[in-house]
Design a protein around this ligand. Structure first.
Ligand code: COA
Length: 173
């Protein structure tokens, strides 16, 4: 799969599981990226609800010089199965730090952490899915970061049509 943080030139970035203190910065970064988190007070409420849903849902953050540079939200679907189905529900990086490999590093390191947690309960990752806009750059970003293929198109989902992307290469052992 992807590269390590250091080979991406993201040495000063630390990817770690989110703590309660990270919820406000996550809500702020999320509101900047997703209109669904913009209604007043609703962003933090939604983020807090997801955070409380651990291990059903799991936030990780990228920390840069003591500030949160981005976050990722994983979502385990259909129960805590032996063959786990994961959704990458959200990922966002602060606008002035994009295109430096932080997004890819967030995916790589957080997925390694989730994979380890699943292994410790006797599960493996069967597949990872993401829905995203149909722009080629989004499709390419996830293909490079996760090895996803486009498997379906959902018309008029959030802000328009979305592709469903799936990777079955995350836990082949
Ligand atoms: C998607 C996103 C997290 C990538 O973070 P990043 O730190 O810039 O990612 P990286 O530096 O590892 O990779 C950059 C690549 O992402 C691509 N990208 C830019 N906007 C994107 C988007 N909306 N969706 C997916 N990929 C995008 C860039 O084209 C770039 O590709 P390149 O290397 O070929 O130039 C960031 O662009 C972002 O926060 N976008 C707004 C929120 C969003 O759209 N999230 C995805 C939907 S859940």
């Amino acid at each position: 799969m992807g590269d390590t943080g250091s080979s991406l030139g993201t040495d000063s970035i630390k990817v770690r599981p989110a703590s309660k203190a990270d919820l406000s910065p996550i809500a702020e970064i999320g509101a900047n990226a997703f209109s669904g988190l913009r209604p007043k007070d609703m962003g933090l409420k939604w983020v807090s609800a997801c955070f409380s849903a651990f291990p059903r849902m799991e936030y990780w953050v990228a920390e840069s010089e003591d500030a949160i540079a981005g976050y990722i939200l994983w979502n385990e679907k259909g129960g805590f199965r032996k063959d786990a189905v994961l959704e990458l529900e959200q990922i966002a990086v602060v606008p002035n730090l994009r295109n430096r490999g932080i997004g890819r590093s967030l995916i790589f390191h957080s997925l390694a952490g989730v994979r380890e947690r699943l292994h410790s309960r006797g599960s493996r990752i069967k597949l990872v899915e993401v829905t995203t806009g149909t722009e080629q750059q989004a499709v390419e970003f996830y293909r490079r970061s996760l090895g996803t293929d486009v498997v379906a198109k959902i018309p008029d989902y959030f802000r328009g049509d979305e592709f469903v992307l799936v990777s079955r290469k995350q836990d082949e052992t």
